[in-house]
Design a protein around this ligand. Structure first.
Ligand SMILES: Nc1ncnc2c1ncn2[C@@H]1O[C@H](COP(=O)(O)OP(=O)(O)OP(=O)(O)O)[C@@H](O)[C@H]1O
Length: 360
């Protein structure tokens, strides 16, 4: 059963599981006199309708190349990219111009036209699409309301803050009612408070318009705050991919772990770990929990039901969007049988159990 409560069949029927972006075996090699650089190496990704999908990676991982291939600002060397079912790598110039209207994009440095007002910047893509003036006025007014800039219609970009400029960028990207919004490091040039407000706006637009968003970033905070799914890119390859909550709670690849560690403590710090494992008394166990289980009184139940004593040695609770998760390091003191039954009970509650040190 999917998290919405609907069966997978119902979601497929509604088109919600149909990938809006499907990338298969995408490879991009830049060739120059200096040699060849493989920026993307057989990348496969599926972005579902209505989700916010984040791609994270260090500098040079291939993020910009990947997002620019999705609207063909960069020509792939090989592979397939389908947007809303349409193969975009084989379109001619005219077809591509039409397809691009449905692929909105916002940029790190906003890319606004400095000689045009806020209103005129947002109107620009509509003028190019040949929309009549009266309709443009109505649409731009609505979009400026959506991004909270109704009072800035007559201002020029130079008169705006970074956050306001990005709001104009978002309104402009939404002008042609895109199927997907591409965000190229959309908050990297902004301070933390402005970043939060732009992320909140993107989430709001995603929910209100059911708009699929693909974003690239080098900040795990961006992923944790608004993304549903994430892919980690390294040297042009996807090294890990999945729902954000799964990747955060069980990162597999060392690079992913390093990204996760930038915002949450998932490993036990070494200075705490060493003395813990030297304790000679009972079994030492790491209990990891997600969602509702985080609110259950698991420890008191163990003590009551299994005649064991529990020492809590270390612990933390974090939250990704609405889902709490965390871990406890506990010491279980009691007979071997009782400790074994206690662990079985924890596993049956859906908790992840890892024995760090066994009873001597
Ligand atoms: N036009 C180009 N010509 C040659 N090599 C390029 C070109 N653009 C990018 N590259 C190389 O391709 C690789 C991926 O670059 P890309 O800009 O996609 O990475 P990135 O993850 O977006 O990095 P950053 O966050 O620094 O922008 C890098 O090794 C880069 O040097």
């Amino acid at each position: 059963m999917a998290s919405s409560g609907l069966s997978e069949e119902a979601l497929i029927f509604q088109g919600r599981l149909m990938p809006v972006i499907q990338i298969q075996d995408l490879t991009k090699i830049y060739r120059s006199a200096a040699g060849a650089v493989t920026a993307l190496d057989h990348v496969n990704l599926r972005v579902r309708k209505g989700e916010i999908y984040g791609i994270i990676g260090y500098s040079g991982a291939g993020k910009s190349t990947l997002i620019r291939c999705v609207n063909m600002l960069e020509q792939p060397t090989s592979g397939s990219i389908k947007v809303n079912g349409q193969e975009i790598t084989s379109l001619n110039e005219t077809q591509l111009r039409v397809a691009r209207r449905k692929i909105g994009m916002i940029f790190q440095h906003f890319n606004l036209l400095s000689s045009r007002t806020v209103f005129e910047n947002v109107a620009f893509p509509l003028e190019i699409s040949g929309v009549p003036k009266a309709q443009i006025k109505e649409k731009v007014t609505k979009l400026l309301g959506l991004v909270g800039l109704s009072d800035k219609a007559g201002a020029y970009p130079s008169q705006l803050s970074g956050g306001q400029k990005q709001r104009v960028g978002i309104a402009r990207a939404l002008a042609n009612d895109p199927i997907v919004l591409l965000c190229d490091e959309a908050t990297s040039a902004l301070d933390p408070a402005t970043t939060d407000s732009i992320l909140a706006l993107l989430k709001d637009i995603n929910r209100r318009l059911d708009l699929t968003i693909l974003m690239i970033t080098h900040e795990m905070k961006v992923i944790s705050e608004i993304c549903d799914s994430v892919a980690v890119l390294e040297q042009g390859k996807v090294i890990e991919e999945g729902l954000v909550i799964d990747v955060f709670t069980q990162p597999q690849h060392p690079t992913t772990r390093r990204f996760v560690q930038t915002i949450i403590q998932t490993d036990i710090p070494e200075h705490i770990k060493k003395p813990l494992l030297q304790r000679g008394r009972g079994q030492i166990i790491r209990v990891s929990f997600i969602g509702d289980a985080a609110a259950e009184p698991v420890i008191s139940t163990l003590v009551k039901k299994f005649a064991v004593d529990i020492n809590i040695l270390y612990g933390n609770i974090n939250q990704i969007q609405d889902t709490p998760f965390g871990m406890l390091i506990i010491e279980c003191l009691g007979s071997q049988d009782n400790c074994r039954l206690a662990l079985q009970h924890l596993r049956r509650q859906g908790l992840r159990i890892e024995v760090l040190k066994n009873v001597e």
